[in-house]
Design a protein around this ligand. Structure first.
Ligand SMILES: *Cc1c(COP(=O)(O)O)cnc(C)c1O
Length: 453
């Protein structure tokens, strides 16, 4: 076997997801009802999600087996390759070994299809034929459109306005699979109308698009369900297929990571690669440095409050205990649209809070610089979101060069940037802004966070 392209045989495709919840040191804070602010009962979620997903949300099973129908679709692109970035190591002149898990090979171009397929399957199995959702950069809307087409379902996607304008081909991509794409905020929902009345020129945000998609499901009388591409426990669960494969692959070449890196928007691709290794840290005290990377323009983990907050601007979602910039926060229009989210998965928040993981934030220009270097060395043009993980991996490798340590670095290549060339264009023509948020603006947005004891 080549040491640089570490492939798994199709027969070795893991047939179970890893559930980190039973391994947490402290129990998770319960989700709260958006109206009463009291702990939620599972039935409160039934208007939005099928029971199988609600059960996964709070499951205490350590492994959850993957239904055969989902495995059949996974086999269209899984197992994904693990690569050693040898040419990048040479360019950096580092003694570190850099490995990346390449999730960009999925039909949608990112990791998001891992959960989209699972969510479409469980909905279909419960008799649902239509899903609504939001999308930021377009990656999630694409993934869900593909997954719905696989299970013969309809899909309506509310796409954040700034991305809709920046990425016209993303819309065509979704339409190819039958997705119905609407720029958000829109006049198709009461919430969208109310936002437009106040602020007709808004760039939109994931928080707003979520409110619109939820409103459609909530008012459908049970016919339409809602699907979320990140943040929730069941989404991170489905993404652990990434880390489960990576473990087998590293194992096959006698490697184990000292550092595990991923970019964090809602936290799903990072949870996906990190949790199967975090298991060793939580159970056996294994010494692994987990680095969650976010944009300086949306510094949820590094500058947000640890508090209960809504997942959306319209206050329709349950409240989760998390790091948050406030559900009203509208981040600057950076090109890593998938990282423009005010909150983060409760699981990632808790692990950062407890010191099991740490977070760093980067400006977008140094991220694009690292992405361009990566593309020249390894041949793949990364998504702007992924460039954050690459920046951190490069910096850790450069630290190794300083110290002479030969650490093993693993990062998740969450997606490719083939639909983001306008962002690269802005970078190469020097038009990308590096945003600094002043403290007052952040405190202002945080003022909207509800007071919960
Ligand atoms: C959506 C997306 C992200 C951010 O979402 P997470 O849930 O934090 O993973 C990162 N990279 C790519 C390519 C994405 O599409």
């Amino acid at each position: 076997m080549s040491q640089y392209n570490i492939l798994l045989d199709e027969k070795q495709l893991p047939d179970a997801w890893y559930n980190i919840i039973p391994d947490l040191k402290a129990p998770m804070a319960p989700p709260l009802h958006p109206a009463t602010l009291k702990p939620l009962s599972p039935s409160d979620l039934e208007a939005l999600f099928p029971m199988a997903l609600i059960e996964q949300e709070a499951s205490m099973e350590p492994m959850i087996s993957i239904p055969g129908e989902i495995m059949d679709v996974y086999r269209l692109w899984r197992p994904t390759p693990l690569r050693r970035a040898l040419r990048l190591e040479k360019a950096l002149d580092t003694p570190a070994k850099i490995f990346y898990k390449n999730e960009s090979v999925s039909p949608s171009g990112s990791h998001k299809l891992n959960t989209a397929v699972a969510q479409a399957y469980y909905n279909k199995a419960s008799g649902i034929d239509e899903l609504t959702t939001e999308t930021g950069a377009g990656q999630w809307g694409t993934a869900l459109s593909i997954a719905c087409s696989m299970f013969d379902m309809k899909c309506t996607v509310y796409m954040v306005r700034v991305s809709y304008d920046q990425k016209p081909y993303r819309r065509s991509f979704m339409q190819t699979y039958g997705g119905n794409v609407i720029p958000s905020p829109s006049d198709t929902t009461d919430f969208g109308k109310s936002v437009l009345a106040e602020n007709p020129d808004t760039t939109g945000s994931l928080g707003m698009a979520i409110s619109e998609a939820i409103e459609v499901a909530a008012k459908s009388g049970g016919r339409v369900k809602y699907s979320l591409g990140s943040v929730l426990n069941h989404v991170l669960l489905h993404q652990t297929i990434i880390g489960e494969e990576a473990r087998l692959q590293l194992d096959s070449v006698g490697e184990y990571p000292d550092i595990v890196i991923g970019c964090v928007g809602g936290g799903s691709n990072y949870g996906g690669i990190a949790f199967p290794f975090a298991k060793d840290k939580l159970r056996d005290g294994k010494d692994i440095d987990f680095i969650a990377v976010e944009p300086t323009a949306c510094p949820t983990l590094t500058r947000g409050l640890y508090a209960y907050d809504y997942g959306d601007t319209g206050k329709m979602t349950p409240l989760l205990k998390q790091y948050t910039l406030g559900h009203n926060f509208v981040p600057p229009g950076i090109h890593a649209g998938g990282l423009r989210y005010h909150g983060v998965a409760q699981l990632i928040a808790q692990l950062v809070r407890e010191g099991e993981m740490r977070a760093v934030a980067y400006y977008q220009n140094p991220c694009f610089e690292a992405a361009a270097l990566f593309a020249k060395c390894e041949g793949i043009v990364p998504a702007p979101e992924t460039s954050h993980a690459i920046r951190a991996a490069v910096d850790e490798a450069l630290k190794c060069k300083e110290s002479g340590e030969a650490k093993t670095i693993l990062f998740n290549m969450s997606g490719h940037g083939h639909f983001d060339m306008s962002a690269y264009d802005a970078y190469f023509s020097g038009k990308l802004q590096d945003f600094d948020l002043d403290e007052d603006k952040l405190r202002e947005a945080e003022a909207a966070i509800p007071k919960v004891d």
